[in-house]
Design a protein around this ligand. Sequence first.
Ligand code: ADP
Ligand code: MG
Length: 139
Amino acid sequence: MAGRITLTMIKPHAIEDGNLGNILAKILEAGFRISAMKLLRLSLKQAQEFYKIHDGREFYKPLTEFMSNGPIVAVILEKENAVQDFRKLIGTTDPTTAEEDTIRKLFGLNTKENAVHGSDSDENAKLEADFFFSLLERY
Ligand code: ADP
Ligand code: MG
């Protein structure tokens, strides 16, 4: 059975571009419930830890530097079939190939600065939610 949670991060450029509210509105309009949310800045070490599955890829260094270069908003989202439905709402990694009206198409700049993160599996959603939030921080 598909899980009920996914983890997103609104990436630094999207916050700097003034799109935090627009992105949260799209997420809520799509029927997701916010279970936990915080604004924070990741250290380089924390960004490397979060993205460790990509260690060794050519984009690992620019990605982790970019993600630790400004504030992010981390959010646990709840909905039936959360992981899959959220991936559909955000679109493909490269915003130029993303479907119309997806979050990455609307607010992404390029393959690296693509506005939002979305978990890729139920297992990773749980690991990523635990990375940012204790049980006391969830509702
Ligand atoms: P997704 O976020 O769609 O699940 P990946 O897990 O493959 O994509 O990559 C994680 C993040 O790394 C992407 O969201 C993007 O910010 C960055 N990234 C991925 N591929 C590239 C690339 N070819 N060049 C630059 N950055 C990339
Ligand atoms: Mg991914």
